[in-house]
Every structure is written in C-alpha cells, then in structure tokens.
Design a protein around this ligand. Structure first.
Ligand code: OAD
Length: 239
C-alpha cells in the first residue's frame, strides 16, 4: 500500500473524525464486531435511559467498569501526532464519537465530543455536572439526592444541538476530512464524510476493515490508526 504523506500547510481546515477504532490499540474495546462491547452486553440493559430508570446501580456498574479500564489505557502515537499537529497549525479539529477522552489526554484541545464523556456525570434532576477522573466513581448521587448518570449520549437520547451545529459548521468548511476507526453505523455522525465530500473536501479513511463504501472516499488505508497516522504525518511523529 502506497502511503502519500500529508503536508498540513496545504490545507486550511483539517477535520479528523474518529470512532472507537482510534482507541483500539490503547486497549479500549470497540463497540461492534467480535470482542466488541455490544457483543458482550445488551445495550438495552446498560446504555439507555429506561435501563437507568429501572436499575441505576447496574447501569453505573457497567460504566464504572469501562472507566476503570480506561484509567489504565494510554494514548498511542496516532493520538500524539494529532495533538502535535494542533500545536503547530491552525485549522485542526477533531470531531469524535468517542467518550474516552483519549484525544485530550494526548494534548488535543480542539475536540468536539459528539457523544459526551465517560469522565463526567450529570445529575438527573438539576443537571449539575460532576467531573470524575478516577478509576471508580467518587459518588453515585448528587448533593440534591438524585442519581448521577454518565454525561454521555445513550441509545435513544437526543444529541446536543449546540455540539452538532458546531460539528456541522466545521465539517462544511473542511478541505481535508480524515475518518479514523469508525464503522459508520451510527447516525447522524455516519453522514459526516458525505457532508464534507459534498462541500469539496478530500476524504481519507483509515480502518483495517475498510471497504470502498462509496465513491466519495478518495483514499482508503486498510490499516491501524496507531501505525498509519504517524506515517501520514512523519514530521509530527513524537515517538
Ligand atoms: P464501532 O465499534 O462500530 O466501529 C469501530 C471501527 O473501528 C470498526 O470499523 C473497526 O474495523 C475499526 N478498527 C478496529 N481497530 C482499529 C484500529 N486499530 N485502527 C483503526 N480502526 C480500527 O465504533 P464506532 O463507529 O465509533 O455510541 O461506533 C459509533 C457509536 O456506536 C459509538 O460512539 C457508540 C456506539 O454505540 C454511543 O456511545 C452513543
């Protein structure tokens, strides 16, 4: 596979659109496929408001398990390249479906989190946000006495319209759009590559299972994020 190195100075706005595969080499399981989270757990029992309403402890146990796993996972070379790019170039944005905070841990700041963050809890009643970066939740109830729920988008939850608008605005301005490690199964995020392509962006996909899904992908690299990203941007490889 021929790798064409990218000079970020050639582009005004680069969007990195990331999914669970971006963190797979950190030891964070993806959602789909064998060994995926939704292979092992039924989302209807652990990742929707109904489940939380009927058994909050069970839902919090599941998310606490994920948080404690993440606590011992670390960003890889690909995350670090994205952070280094942002430091040296303007117009670098990460739009992520991930809730693991791995981009920020690598040093990226300009990160739009579409599905929230596992490192925050939110009061069901008064909406108060509690940051919790520990391996285990510090507390499961708000000072007001109501349950705290993970501040993430569960199945059936509405997306945050402010965050979606920010993502749309930046994607429509992109002249390079690099999709990394997503199955493209969850909407509306799955439609982002096409939005960027329709506005004239060059589209690159990085995914070991990539298939040429559509004619709007200009380059497809069937490779792993942690291996391929440093090769695309060798001048920003901090290893
Ligand atoms: P998926 O689990 O659906 O897809 C992960 C993708 O990553 C697959 O296509 C894999 O082939 C690819 N992959 C695996 N290892 C990789 C690697 N080392 N480098 C690059 N790619 C790799 O995850 P998402 O597409 O992120 O929603 O899932 C989208 C949403 O569905 C998630 O945000 C989550 C889930 O339900 C919420 O939590 C709301």
């Amino acid at each position: 596979m021929k790798i064409i190195q990218i000079d970020p100075a050639q582009y005004a706005n680069i969007v990195f659109f990331t999914g669970a595969g971006m963190s797979a080499e950190c030891g964070v399981p993806t959602y789909r496929g064998s060994g995926g989270i939704w292979d092992k757990y039924n989302w209807e029992e652990v990742a929707c408001q109904n489940a939380f309403d009927s058994n909050p402890q069970k839902v919090l146990d599941f998310h606490e398990l994920r948080q404690s796993l993440l606590f011992n996972c670390y960003p890889h070379a690909g995350h670090r390249v994205l952070a280094a790019l942002e430091q040296k170039h303007s117009g670098i944005t990460i739009v992520t479906q991930n809730i693991d905070g791995m981009h920020q841990r690598a040093g990226s700041v300009n990160v739009i989190e579409l599905h929230g963050s596992l490192w925050r809890l939110r009061c069901q009643l008064d909406g108060r946000i509690v940051s919790d970066t520990n391996a285990k939740f510090k507390k499961r109830k708000c000072e007001c006495g109501a349950w705290l729920r993970p501040d993430i988008i569960w199945f059936g939850d509405p997306l945050d319209s402010g965050i979606m608008n920010r993502a749309h605005t930046i994607i429509e301005k992109a002249d390079l759009f690099i999709s990394i490690g997503t199955s493209g199964m969850v909407w509306p995020a799955a439609g982002f590559p096409k939005i960027a392509a329709d506005k004239g962006a060059k589209i690159i996909e990085i995914n070991p299972d990539a298939i040429d899904r559509s004619k709007y992908q200009h380059t497809v690299y069937p490779d792993k994020a942690g291996t391929l990203i440093p090769k695309l941007f060798p001048n920003f490889n901090t290893n």
